[in-house]
Design a protein. Structure first.
Length: 531
């Protein structure tokens, strides 16, 4: 067992020893299908804490010939696959953690070793190869792909290559173009050389960013990429699926609807809803729903990107904080953290970082869940966007006025919040009114689950406020543009929107809000009824 060559199965053992383990071994069968094929070059990019490293430890445990991992996979999904026995513990595995490699290189430099990350990486791995294959690896060999080719020529042994945090140098050394080009040159020599197909059975890289582009061309265009924008056949391995989370909630007595509100929101064409694994597990351990994922990184990193000076970016961010969606084009993004041409590139980066979710069919981005929305609010409070900060600060009072039935104060409060955000939000239809209302009632999220466009009765209610605490009264809010607040109340009653609260008995607030285009003011009607 080595540090890089054939690292064994202890890493995966710690995962399956954990109290909460979700079986993702089906990924192994997907990789077995591409071994030694044109599809053997795989790059998976996902946000932080979405299980990338655990997946690579699992692959290492399965393929590594230096250990016996049969017991670890007993009863798992992969054990039922026809390919299970054929490839179990059959190959030499090289596992490289680029973040750890970078840290060790910096430590070596501090101790007087004048060496780059790429040279240090090759020196370390070649040393282990030489120990294992002394008859094959030359004493003065400095090229890792050269050493691997020599091993294959002498022994016929082929390699599984796993690289974790492949994009580390593009994130941690984002301005060091020379280092990045040296690193990409190394990756090309590893994976694009004609000889690579002889000695590499599978190359599996993970990171946050997809492979760097130059213009429209990927620097490693033989790789098949699976990203937060399009995860293809690997969708169910991005995070926890809805079925998996539902099962965990049932097993550990957690409220599934609250789990969904906090950590759901990422969605893919085939598999549907995907949840943040880190946050789901942490909430179960602590028996409390809170912000766990973003707690591992400062809001400062998000603030830097949302404050970038691109036309329309600020408006889009506020629209999304208000519950809206924004169209975007992810195709021009260069897959780094410095080459921004317009707002689309910033939004694309935020997708890959996990701060935004992407709807591929509609080509729209949105804030996926409450956990991430909280982080946006924290970031915004430290920006120069005082108009939005003021609107959010007024939200508490607006809720109090609504619950007390103070129609005049509610209308005046919405007028103020509209004026606070008028400089950044285009206010010209019911959708923009809906966005302002979401901001206006932002603090209500502490007490309510708020659903927009809720199927109810004979139509769709604009907003339904489901109390999260019994002390709060449920609300149905209907919006009108250029009509009247009374018409909004009539629609709530005629279309029986109160039926959205299926099974509820007690008092309910019907709230009608209208915007008058001529006077540029809002009116409000509040009716308290029993159902």
């Amino acid at each position: 067992m080595g540090k890089y060559l054939n690292p064994g199965n202890l890493g995966f053992q710690s995962a399956i020893n954990s109290q909460i383990y979700v079986d993702k071994t089906g990924l192994i069968e997907k990789m077995n299908r591409v071994l030694g094929t044109e599809q053997r070059w795989v790059c998976v990019s996902r946000a932080r804490r979405f299980g990338k490293t655990m997946a690579e430890k699992m692959l290492a445990a399965y393929y590594d010939r230096s250990c016996d991992s049969r017991e670890q996979f007993k009863g798992r999904i992969i054990e039922k696959a026809a390919s299970f026995e054929k490839h179990l513990n059959q190959y030499d595995v090289i596992f490289i953690d680029m973040q750890g490699m970078r840290d060790r290189t910096l430590n070596a430099v501090r101790h007087g070793d004048n060496i780059s990350v790429v040279s240090y990486l090759q020196r370390e791995v070649i040393e282990e190869l030489r120990e294992e294959f002394p008859e094959a690896v030359k004493e003065r060999e400095v090229s890792l792909p050269g050493a691997m080719a020599d091993v294959f020529q002498k022994t016929g042994r082929q390699f599984i290559v796993l690289i974790d945090e492949w994009d580390c140098l593009f994130r941690s050394d984002k301005e060091n173009r020379k280092l990045q080009e040296e690193y990409l040159g190394f990756l090309r020599s590893m994976f694009k050389d004609v000889q690579s197909e002889q000695f590499i059975l599978l190359a599996y890289m993970t990171g946050i960013l997809p492979i760097k582009k130059y213009g429209t061309q990927s620097a490693l265009n033989n790789f098949y990429e699976y990203t937060m924008v399009d995860s293809g056949c690997l969708e169910e391995y991005v995070g926890f699926t809805e079925e998996e989370v539902s099962g965990l909630c049932e097993e550990y007595g957690m409220d599934f609807q609250e789990m969904r509100r906090w950590y759901d929101g990422y969605s893919f064409r085939r598999i549907g809803h995907v949840y943040n694994p880190k946050s789901v597990v942490e909430s179960i351990f602590s028996e409390h729903f809170a912000n766990y994922w973003t707690a591992t990184e400062t809001y400062e990193s998000l603030r830097i990107y949302i404050e970038m000076d691109f036309d329309g970016l600020k408006n889009d961010i506020i629209q999304m904080i208000g519950g809206g969606r924004c169209g975007m084009d992810a195709r021009s993004f260069q897959n780094d953290m410095v080459s921004f041409a317009d707002k689309n590139d910033v939004l694309a980066l935020l997708i890959h970082l996990g701060y935004l979710a992407y709807d591929g069919e509609e080509e729209e981005v949105y804030i996926p869940n409450e956990e991430i929305r909280d982080e946006f609010i924290r970031a915004v409070k430290h920006t120069s966007w005082q108009e939005l900060v003021l609107a959010l600060e007024k939200s508490d009072q607006l809720l109090k006025d609504t619950l007390s039935g103070n129609e005049t104060s509610v209308a005046a409060g919405i007028d103020e919040i509209h004026m606070d955000t008028a400089s950044v939000l285009t206010y010209n239809d019911e959708n923009s009114l809906s966005c302002v209302l979401t901001l206006a009632y932002y603090s209500a999220r502490k007490y309510y689950t708020i659903v927009r466009e809720m199927p109810a009765g004979k139509g769709f209610a604009d907003f339904v406020f489901f109390p999260r605490k019994k002390s709060k009264i449920p609300m149905v809010v209907e919006l009108k543009w250029g009509r009247s607040a009374e018409e909004a109340i009539d629609q709530i009653k005629e279309k029986q929107y109160g039926k959205a609260l299926n099974g509820y008995e007690g008092e309910i607030l019907f709230v009608g809000i209208n915007y008058d285009k001529k006077s540029k003011t809002h009116s409000c009607k509040i009716v308290r009824e029993s159902i």
